[in-house]
Design a protein around this ligand. Sequence first.
Ligand SMILES: C[S@@+](CC[C@H](N)C(=O)[O-])C[C@H]1O[C@@H](n2cnc3c(N)ncnc32)[C@H](O)[C@@H]1O
Length: 211
Amino acid sequence: MDRKKFKLLTTRSNEIHSSLIKRGADFHRGKPDPEVVQIARRAKRTFGNGALVIDVGGGQGRNALPFLTRGHRVVLTDLSQVALKTARRKATALNVGKNLETRHVNKINRTISRVEKKAHVVICSRMLHFYKPLLRDALLKQMQEKTRLGGINIVITHLKHGKTRGAFRNAGELKELYRGWKINLTIGEVRHSKISEKKLGRLVTLVAKKT
Ligand SMILES: C[S@@+](CC[C@H](N)C(=O)[O-])C[C@H]1O[C@@H](n2cnc3c(N)ncnc32)[C@H](O)[C@@H]1O
């Protein structure tokens, strides 16, 4: 994909999300995904104090908070400055702002490549459906490279169904990209949100451990 197309895509996504947030949208009412909460609860036992988490396209921070409130550090990247501001506000209100680092992404292919350290946990929730396979796979590869041995990736995304928008045709396609990792995969019902109603397919959740 050439630069112009990158710019167009990022600008559009930024505008859409920023305007939704300004109009009061809080993705999934601000509640974290249950699989994220589960890993956050175990993070201290598994990785020790102050684990490093990267939340890719982390939006308003709903999945960052369960880690932040348990004393872990989160680098949250997003295209939308408005989303990042909200995430910082939420973390500060809970007195854990110092553990959150927000990074504005202005190029899709720089989504996480600029995070210097390898992380214990990398999350990517409900973001991959914006991208065509080439970019989607490149992003997942970056996530894998930025994960320490023994670390975890949590990928939550939609499956294509008929004309609905989704990142993969079936869960096997995602699983294949995590070949060699220890995988736990669940497929849920279509979860309608006010924002995405009718547009997205079933939700697949992959929790994979780098071995
Ligand atoms: C549907 S929201 C999900 C937000 C968050 N992950 C959650 O589950 O609550 C998608 C988010 O991805 C962000 N986004 C899209 N493409 C991105 C990219 N290449 N890098 C960083 N953020 C991106 C959007 O700005 C938006 O905040």
